[in-house]
Design a protein around this ligand. Structure first.
Ligand code: GLU
Length: 306
């Protein structure tokens, strides 16, 4: 299967920013004859089921449905463990006992080689006695990829290229749960996703995912990172900005058709009478011309491209 997807974390209701990304993901999948799937990335959510239902319902209200039953990551832990075992078997992982604070301090050390927030590789260099001491400390270890600073270049569908030296990022957290970068790569490959459309904020982590995809011998998807929606203060849209969810917009008299109309306008797609359908948007969007961040002002329901 060749599929596109939308993969929210069910940690809250979807807001206009999430919905805009979902609309774009659906449009780009359908334009290219792909199927479309929705996946719940609930590995970091306290109560996974909480918002999944309302998210699925809100997507459906816009006309966005998964072609296969919605998958929940929390039900697929075995798959992620197998991938980590495969990497460990190839000597590509190591245990790490560092706390966030230790990593921050190591990175800040005046003579440290690293000046970025990348993991400085502390636990990769431990002698056997120190490793044994840390293992005996009782603090659970995370598992990191031995990425070795591999340089990876990613061509984004918006016409941008990002290049990064991949750090030894976490594959499995100290609490035993798989990390986002691992789970997303395993799931996309397992679900036949060969087109990843998602928010711009994830572009920086994509080289890590591409490296992991290669090391696991999986098919590399194409990537398209779409501009974020910001509030009037220029910050990423959030609940505190006001009426940002579909339920809140409905209460303000903005129905699905009008919301799709606003999203269409934000993408430079003309719409008659203020409304639009998914099909209108699908036919008219251009991946290389998605513009910059879109400002959404819930107080006036005025919108401007910034
Ligand atoms: N679950 C992530 C989020 O909600 C998106 C992951 C992805 O699309 O790769 O931000």
């Amino acid at each position: 299967m060749n599929a596109g997807r939308f993969a929210p974390s069910p940690s809250g209701e979807l807001h206009v920013g999430n919905l805009r990304t979902a609309v774009l993901a659906w449009c780009f999948a359908r334009r290219s004859g792909r199927s479309f799937i929705v996946r719940m990335e609930d590995l970091t959510t306290e109560a996974p089921g909480d918002h999944a239902r309302s998210q699925i319902d809100d997507l459906a209200a816009l006309g966005i449905r998964s072609d296969v039953p919605v998958v929940f990551q929390s039900e697929r832990l075995e798959l992620y463990r197998d991938a980590i075992s495969a990497l460990s078997g190839a000597g590509l992982t190591y245990e790490c006992w560092c706390t966030r604070r230790e990593i921050r301090e190591a990175v800040r050390a005046p003579h440290g080689a690293n000046t970025t927030t990348a993991y400085p590789g502390t636990c990769a260099r431990l002698g056997s006695a120190e490793r044994a001491r840390r293992a005996a400390s009782g603090r659970p270890a995370a598992i990191r990829l031995r990425a070795g600073g591999e340089s990876v270049e990613v061509h984004d569908g918006t016409g941008r290229t990002v290049r990064a030296e991949v750090d030894d990022f976490v594959l499995q957290r100290g609490d035993g749960m798989p990390a986002y970068n691992l789970a997303v790569v395993v799931d996309d490959a397992d679900q036949g996703v060969d087109q990843v459309v998602r928010g711009d904020d994830l572009l920086a982590t994509t080289p890590r995912q591409v490296l992991l995809t290669r090391l696991l011998g999986l098919r590399e998807p194409s990537y398209l990172h779409v501009p974020l929606v910001v509030g009037p203060d220029g910050e990423r849209l959030a609940k505190r900005h006001g009426a940002v969810t579909l339920a809140q917009l409905r209460a303000r008299g903005v129905d699905e058709g009008r919301l799709l109309g606003m999203l269409a306008e934000s993408l430079g797609v003309p719409c008659a009478n203020g409304g639009a359908t998914l099909e209108d948007i699908r036919g008219a969007i251009d991946p290389e011309n998605l513009g910059a961040a879109w400002e959404f002002d819930p107080t006036s329901l005025d919108t401007t491209v910034v």
